[in-house]
Design a protein. Structure first.
Length: 193
């Protein structure tokens, strides 16, 4: 599947090796030298030089373009199934490339259809509907992309057990903050009149 995917925001497969005798399979990808988004947000790479706002937006757009290609322009449509910060690799100029298609699946025809499959992916990035039903949709990747966006915006990990109770999950925490903020805004508007 990967050999037919060609887009500037996807890591290029250079070649592969397969051996029946040793059941060994090797993939050779292009070098993307600046590490992963995860390393820049949560690891040593970003510790001394955090990503500025323009760079974060460039990464978000490039990752979106890579996913859009998989979902809309590749024939047949491909669902990544493990879209996360560690699978977004960065060029020296911080242009992003989506990588790791090991869990990718060919999508069924028509976006309303789903593919029943064993739930795979990384905790914190997996869409709740997919986790509960095993029904894989293109929208499952879109949820994962939203989690990556929240990571870029907040600098927090998708799941962080060192956070206070109820705030460990990034999506849940953002929803809670949104409700609190909207309630405060509504109450402020009611008392201002």
């Amino acid at each position: 599947m990967l050999s037919r995917l060609h887009h500037r925001n996807l890591v290029k497969l250079i070649g592969y090796y397969s051996s029946r005798e040793s059941s060994q399979n090797l993939l050779c990808y292009e070098l993307v030298p600046n590490g992963s988004l995860e390393a820049w947000l949560h690891g040593a790479l970003g510790a001394n030089c955090p990503l500025d706002w323009d760079t974060r937006m460039r990464i978000a757009l490039d990752a979106a373009r890579g996913l859009a290609y998989l979902h809309e322009d590749s024939q047949p449509c491909v669902i990544h199934r493990d879209f996360k910060a560690s699978n977004i690799l960065l060029e020296n100029d911080f242009h992003a490339k989506v990588s790791d298609f090991g869990l990718a699946k060919q999508a069924p025809e028509g976006q309303a259809n789903y593919l029943s499959t064993r739930v795979m992916g990384t905790f914190g990035y997996v869409a709740p509907e997919y986790a509960m039903t095993g029904h894989l949709l293109v929208k499952s990747d879109v949820y994962s992309y939203g989690v990556v966006l929240l990571e870029l915006l907040t600098g927090r990990r998708p799941v962080d057990m060192s956070q206070p109770s109820g705030q460990e999950n990034l999506v849940t925490w953002v929803i809670l903050l949104s409700i609190i903020y909207c309630t405060q805004l509504l109450l402020h508007n009611c008392t201002a009149e």
